[in-house]
Design a protein around this ligand. Structure first.
Ligand code: ADP
Ligand code: F6P
Length: 320
């Protein structure tokens, strides 16, 4: 193998730069040329590639976002664009591509591989919704960001004896709401994986904890559960507690990656580059029980990660 490429695709995630850096440095160290593809699969379709050297990835380890930019490229769902991308790779002599992104990006990687260009996926998403991987790159940083923001919300919530309803990202998964909800001491955590009862899980719980001396409340809500402004109004009407809603939004995607994400991304980038150099394709790198491993993309995309019900139960028991 003489030449590979790396790209970042889909929603950006803190730690993507660390993964790109590890891929580039590992391959260059093995005497392999590396191209960076700009703006995900768009960059392949539009032939927007930049030759990378050791210094191209200097000073990015600690930066959020992605130096290669990212995009959602709907055209890549069409065969003609997948074929065009493969032609562009062959034109440059690129023999494999590392794709940093979420499950959608892995589907794109799979299609590119079917066109004869080997691909390896690295799970980068703050949602942590990749079934074959316990922790995805960006999840730890986003959890820390949410906790920091909710700690700030708690100051004002406590000062006013209020309830704060906080919406966090996660697309269709509740991992961010669960981890940050526990770490920030939320009274209630609402996630798509666990149906909730408004009266029992919010109103009665606030009344019960109030009887135990609690005077302010945090309700952590994964996006997609519903309109948090309406929920806040409903809570205030039902409990008499002044309630305000806050949607944290895209701040959760930014910020300097945590040391944990930098370490995870460096390990995954190194591992992915070696898989490609060993001639593997259509693999997704993952970490489970602190061990790096890889799965066939089809297998990885079909895997469902069991929600941590025990953790969810624990949260309910200790946040009183
Ligand atoms: P994520 O990778 O974060 O899940 P998306 O679901 O938006 O983000 O996917 C990112 C990109 O991957 C899409 O914009 C598209 O270019 C590519 N992609 C997603 N699904 C497919 C598919 N089924 N076939 C080909 N390409 C896809
Ligand atoms: O997949 C990451 C994510 O941040 C989701 O949590 C969120 O629903 C989505 O991306 C937002 O997408 P966009 O950045 O296109 O608004």
């Amino acid at each position: 193998m003489k030449k590979i490429a790396v790209l970042t695709s889909g929603g950006d995630a803190p730690g993507m730069n660390a993964a790109v850096r590890a891929v580039v440095r590992t391959a260059l160290n093995a005497g392999i040329e590396v191209y960076g593809v700009v703006r995900g699969f768009n960059g392949l379709i539009n032939d927007e590639l930049i030759p990378m050297n050791l210094r191209s990835v200097s000073n990015i380890l600690q930066q959020g976002g992605t130096m290669l930019y990212t995009a959602r490229c709907l055209e890549f769902k069409e065969l003609e664009y997948q074929q065009k991308a493969a032609e562009i790779c062959r034109k440059h002599g690129i023999e494999g591509v590392v794709v940093c992104g979420g499950d959608g990006s892995f589907r794109g990687a799979q299609k590119l591989s079917k066109q004869g260009i080997p691909t390896i996926g690295i799970p980068c998403t703050i949602d942590n919704d990749i079934g074959c991987c316990e922790y995805t790159i960006g999840y730890d940083t986003a959890t820390n960001t949410v906790v920091d923001l909710v700690d700030k919300l708690r100051d004002t919530c406590q000062s006013h004896d209020r309830c704060s309803v906080v919406e966090v990202m996660g697309r269709h998964a509740g991992w961010l709401a669960l981890s940050a909800g526990i770490a920030a001491g939320a009274t209630s955590i609402l996630v798509p994986e666990v149906p909730y009862d408004f009266q029992k899980d919010i109103v009665d719980r606030m009344k019960y904890t109030s009887s135990l001396g609690k005077h302010h409340f945090i309700v952590m809500v994964a996006e997609g559960i519903g309109d948090v402004d309406k929920l806040a109004k409903k809570i205030e009407e039902a409990t008499g507690v002044e309630t305000r809603a806050t949607v944290l939004g895209h701040v959760q995607r930014g910020g300097r990656p945590s040391s944990r994400d930098r370490l995870l991304a460096s390990q995954m980038g190194y591992y992915a580059a070696h898989l490609l150099m060993e001639g593997k394709t259509e693999r997704v790198v993952a970490v489970n029980n602190n061990t790096l491993m890889d799965f066939d993309i089809d297998e990885a995309l079909a895997m469902k990660k069991p929600f941590k019900d025990q953790l969810f139960k624990m949260a309910a028991e200790i946040s009183i």
